[in-house]
Ligand binder design. Sequence first.
Ligand SMILES: Nc1nc2c(c(=O)[nH]1)N[C@H]1C(S)=C(S)[C@@H](COP(=O)(O)O)O[C@H]1N2
Ligand SMILES: [Mo]
Length: 201
Amino acid sequence: MASLSPGFHGRGSRSLVDRLPPGQYPTESFPVLSAGPTPHLPTERWSFTVTGETGASRSWTWEEMTALPQEQPVVDIHCVTRWSKFDTRWQGVSLDVLTDEVPTSADFVVAESFDGYTTNLPRADITGGRAWLVHSFDGYPLAPDHGGPARLLIPHLYFWKSAKWVKGLRFTTDNEPGFWERGGYHDYGDPWREQRYRGDL
Ligand SMILES: Nc1nc2c(c(=O)[nH]1)N[C@H]1C(S)=C(S)[C@@H](COP(=O)(O)O)O[C@H]1N2
Ligand SMILES: [Mo]
């Protein structure tokens, strides 16, 4: 069923120890990690835009986005600062639904946020049912400090790839390193391979 996330394995089927990537520790809390101050965006002024490498684009207002088919992923998240949080519950729209609207043959994508933050990904990593635009956490509207009104959720990569206050996705032919990637973090960021910093294999 599409609303059950790939990260949800059912109670007890996989031990928490096996779900902890190398060098991580589990936490019950939900730390806030932001490079700058939290922007406060009323949903009436919010929009989300997907732009193709040719310049063609498609935008959604808040009302339009929340009217799209909703999924409720339950996933483990892993921050490069070494905390991991199991079974986090979100609600939002699959990035497949949004990116399907803009034809592209680009290999890369840059997520761009209202605070100026950027992060780059291979396009393949935001399709296939493993990345979302989320607006609720644990049954409540997403708190501003955690990226509300809406953020990306890409749980198979370190959490810096999950851009908070995201305003759009831009497909790019060339790989364009984002904020932390330019700052020395790994280009891809797979927690299972401990790809924390540039130079990690
Ligand atoms: N727009 C934006 N998104 C961002 C950041 C940021 O500073 N600005 N920080 C990133 C980092 S480094 C992490 S670990 C996660 C933290 O999300 P949290 O504050 O909800 O734990 O958001 C990521 N997304
Ligand atoms: Mo982070």
